[in-house]
Write a protein that binds this ligand. Structure first.
Ligand code: TXA
Ligand code: MG
Length: 345
């Protein structure tokens, strides 16, 4: 398949490009588009054949449902039923934005979208290109992240091209994703509500509006969120967290750097840990400084991109400094745990 590349930087200047992408969606094509979290690969929610193409293009297991993207709150009532009042409160507070709500699915949501579950995942993205595309297409758009299954989610258009060129009808080239990790998934079909996937909307923020139970544990064999049973976000190399106090992390790092390695390694760390290293180690070429802990958003936004770069450089062993929840948030820690498979040194 020849993939049409459509560049959209500004929704006011690039109207015909938006039209073109919307038309491809209306005609049953699949289109990758930017969102503020990560790029998504979209299809008309009411077209099961188009939905099937998404699973095929990504190599996604058929039992992993898709998030449906909408651009106005009225669409919620078309896709879900028995909607609890909290859903409207949360939508008002966090939409458009990085929060996905799991609700009871209405009868007109195709099985291909929900993977046979009785619930549906809904999100209104805040990226202006995404919103304009949804509005122009006029139908809700089912879209998982626009990566091949098992690869880090794409935060830049070039990542999408890397994974999906030749596999989708169109790819929209636009700005890099500002947040850089996927939305918070909150299950409102149970009481108390439960976070199935942590994201930048934190449990604490949600707590203002409703009671939120404990986060689902990933090791579950039949998790509520089917996506949680797959190994995600994994770089091709071996990946470990370096744990301990700053002093211990620095010592472990120095030990790694002083041992002969069979192949190239990289150690991802904050500027703050870099400063803990002895002066002769601070400029070591195996270090990858990922930002300052004073600017956690920047570290989060570039994380997946770093993993992809390390893959491209065929780095076989990767380490990352463990950063505490309290400093960087649960969502980032969750992604690191998944990418490393929980392996620590
Ligand atoms: O930020 C995001 O959410 C991005 C952008 C494109 O919006 N999308 C995204 O989609 O991350 P995906 O498919 O990579 O992740 C969706 C997650 C999966 O873990 C899936 O299992 C879960 O949401 N999910 C979808 N529908 C569900 C449902 N009805 N019940 C429970 N979990 C569901
Ligand atoms: Mg994904």
């Amino acid at each position: 398949m020849k993939t049409k590349i459509i560049t959209i930087e500004n929704i006011n200047n690039d109207r015909s490009q938006i039209q073109e992408a919307a038309m491809i969606l209306q005609n049953g094509g699949i289109v990758a588009f930017p969102t503020e979290t990560v790029y998504g690969l979209g299809a008309d929610v009411y077209n099961p054949k188009a939905i099937q193409k998404i699973y095929q293009a990504k190599g996604r297991p058929g039992d992993n449902p898709l998030i449906v993207h909408i651009h106005n709150i009225d669409q919620m009532a078309m896709l879900a039923k028995n909607i609890p009042p909290e859903a409207y409160d949360l939508a008002k507070a966090f939409w458009p934005g990085p929060l996905t709500l799991i609700l009871e699915a209405s009868d007109n949501v195709p099985e291909a979208v929900t993977a046979g579950l009785t619930t549906v995942a809904l999100r209104m993205p805040s990226n202006p290109v995404a919103l304009k595309l949804l509005e122009t297409a006029g139908v809700p758009i089912a879209a998982p992240s626009a990566n091949l299954s098992g690869r880090p989610s794409p935060t830049r258009a070039e990542h999408v091209i890397e994974d999906l060129n030749g596999k989708a009808e169109a790819i929209i080239i636009s700005e890099k994703s500002k947040i850089g990790i996927e939305s918070t998934v909150l299950d409102l079909s149970v009481k108390p509500a439960r976070i199935l996937r942590p994201g930048s909307v934190s449990r604490k923020e949600l707590h203002i509006y409703l009671a939120v139970g404990e986060e689902e544990q990933d090791s579950a064999i039949h998790p509520k969120s089917p996506g949680n049973k797959y190994r995600h976000y994994a770089p091709k190399g071996d990946f470990f967290m370096i744990t301990g106090s700053n002093r211990e992390k620095a010592e472990k790092t120095e030990k790694i750097l002083s041992e002969p390695a069979d192949s190239e390694i990289r150690i991802m760390m904050t500027k703050e840990l870099q400063k803990e290293l002895s002066p002769d180690k601070q400029k070591h070429t195996s270090l990858l400084v990922i930002g300052s802990i004073k600017d956690p958003e920047h570290i989060i936004a570039d994380f997946y991109s770093h993993l992809r770069d390390l893959d491209q450089q065929h780095i076989q062993t990767i380490y990352i400094e463990q950063i505490p929840d309290a400093l960087i948030g649960r969502a980032f820690v969750n992604r690191v745990e998944k990418a490393t498979g929980g392996k620590t040194i």
